[in-house]
Design a protein around this ligand. Structure first.
Ligand code: ADP
Length: 487
């Protein structure tokens, strides 16, 4: 991997703790695997609670000075970090593809997307405005100021090894918090490269730490984050199951939490939709990252009148797209992250077939090396099938047939999740009605792409708490203080 990088120093294999590169106290390491071929890319330290406690202490010591700087100064440093990331976009993309598997073109896109949060929040740092409120008595003056929460800790997933970190780190640092991240065990190298560039950008020591650990190490680090009194904020992106555990743990300290959890996105195609555009949208939002995003369409509902045409066009388009090692030219779909991910898609296909579904395309894993799976379409999907209630997180598009608008709204909302939803239609009153009726934090209308740093990303119901991105995103890292003065 090092040989492929124009700047080999971006491949960091030690943890970044308080501005220093360190190994685990125990000397233990964890292997980082290339999912395209099963080979070992690097080893990183398997840190325990003691090292994480040190990172927290260093963060606490550095945070007050960071918060006391002018917003312009913090913004300037964040901007330098952004510039360095963009200057090294290609190397960062190569590292990302190597450890995560997504095609290089998508990895480049993620680096740009991830960096955009740093650019955005560097700008927002200067706009953390307070408020004055007319006093409740003649001699009273009321002011509201906003201050950084303090030390913020984050736990992030492997599906966006770069952007899920910057989306949290950027608002935290812009607000004046110190930030510690524990990246997913599968994808620590992208996180460490971000640490290297933050170091080069001149971020003060202790303000940013990247604490790595292997399988089974996450729960210890999660406990340290939740039980250490210096940590005042926890931000997590991952499964609802782990989110619940962390919320329970965080309750003992009444810690502020932001949670970006699972989704089960419906994607609805109405009879009046532009079917070609809907197929394009479905390809992007079902198959991007090989179906491994929490905003990926999981259930595709297609109205009677366009069902067959949509299914045919989707299959035709998918047949032109190549599966393979993400480093190769022209590859649209890389490997899945690991064997468990393959097993889940296989389980969803088998369950659908047992319950009367038809595999219209794909349906099986590919080759003996790596964790590749064919782009798959299941027609005649029904609500009793596993994927109707559980995120597949893989390249499986189940097509459900429906006739009635109210019926499909009820089906779409029949889930504990509420992150992203999508629909295609032209009738204006239908567009408004459906957009308002969908119980989701995000609705894509005639589009399959909704992610941008300028808009608030987040879910309702059991998909999470808080919003990331947009001018709202920084609020999650700020406390409001009300000052009441007698004059
Ligand atoms: P995914 O299916 O995306 O891996 P998870 O919720 O299992 O979703 O994992 C998201 C992140 O949470 C990963 O970095 C993982 O290591 C971490 N994690 C898993 N279990 C725990 C736990 N008990 N406490 C803290 N972090 C955890």
């Amino acid at each position: 991997l090092k040989a492929r990088l124009s700047d080999p120093d971006l491949l960091r294999t030690q943890a970044y703790l308080g501005g220093e590169w360190v190994d685990a106290d125990s000397g233990e390491t964890h292997d980082v695997i290339n999912p395209a071929n099963g080979g070992t890319l690097a080893t990183v330290p398997h840190l325990g609670r003691a090292e994480v406690a040190r990172a927290i202490a260093l963060a606490e010591a550095a945070q007050k000075d960071w918060a006391a700087r002018t917003a312009k100064e913090r913004a300037g440093m964040l901007r330098r970090w952004y510039d360095l990331i963009m200057e090294n976009q290609e190397d960062l993309a190569v590292i990302l593809t190597a450890e995560m598997g997504k095609p290089l073109a998508e990895a480049r896109g993620e680096i740009g997307y991830g960096a955009s949060f740093i650019e955005w929040f560097a700008e927002e740092a200067k706009r953390i405005y307070g408020e004055t409120i007319p006093g409740h008595q003649a001699d009273k003056r009321i002011t509201v100021i906003k201050q950084p929460i303090g030390v913020a800790a984050a736990i992030t997933p492997w599906n966006f090894p770069n952007a899920m970190i910057t989306r949290k780190a950027a608002p935290a640092l812009a607000a004046g918090c110190a930030f510690i991240v524990r990246p997913a065990e599968s994808t620590p190298l992208s996180a460490l490269a971000l640490g290297e560039l933050a170091d080069r950008a001149g971020l003060p020591k202790g303000i940013l730490s990247v604490v790595t650990s292997g399988h089974g190490g996450a729960s210890d680090i999660g406990k340290e984050f939740c039980e250490n009194h210096a940590v005042r904020k926890l931000s997590f992106t991952g499964s609802t199951a782990v989110g619940r555990i962390l919320l329970r743990q965080a309750a003992d300290q009444v810690m502020k939490c932001s949670m970006e959890l699972g989704g089960n996105a419906p994607f609805i195609v109405f009879d009046d939709a532009d079917v070609d555009a809907a197929v394009e949208g479905a390809i992007i939002c079902k198959f991007r990252n090989n179906g491994q995003t929490c905003v990926c369409a999981n259930r595709i509902y297609v109205q009677d009148g366009v069902y067959d045409a949509f299914a045919k066009k989707l299959a035709e388009k998918l047949a032109t797209m190549k599966v393979g090692d993400g480093m190769e030219d022209g590859v649209a779909f890389g490997p899945l992250i690991n064997e468990a991910a393959v097993a889940k898609v296989e389980e969803h296909v088998a369950d659908a077939v047992a319950k009367g579904g038809t595999v219209a395309m794909g349906g099986a894993r590919m080759g003996n090396d790596g964790t590749f799976f064919e782009p798959t379409i299941v027609t005649d999907a029904t609500s009793d099938m596993l994927f109707a209630h559980d995120e597949t997180f893989g390249p499986l598009a189940p097509l459900f047939r429906f006739t009635d608008e109210d019926e499909v709204i009820a089906l779409a909302n029949d889930t504990i999740f509420g992150l992203a939803s999508y629909f295609y239609a032209k009738d204006l009153s239908r567009v408004y009605k459906v957009a308002e009726a969908l119980e989701y934090g995000i609705v894509g209308v005639n589009t399959g792409i909704i992610s941008t740093e300028v808009a608030p990303f987040g879910g309702v119901k059991q998909s999470g708490l808080g919003r990331e991105g947009s001018h709202h995103g920084i609020e999650d890292y700020l406390e409001m203080k009300y000052i009441c003065m007698t004059v």
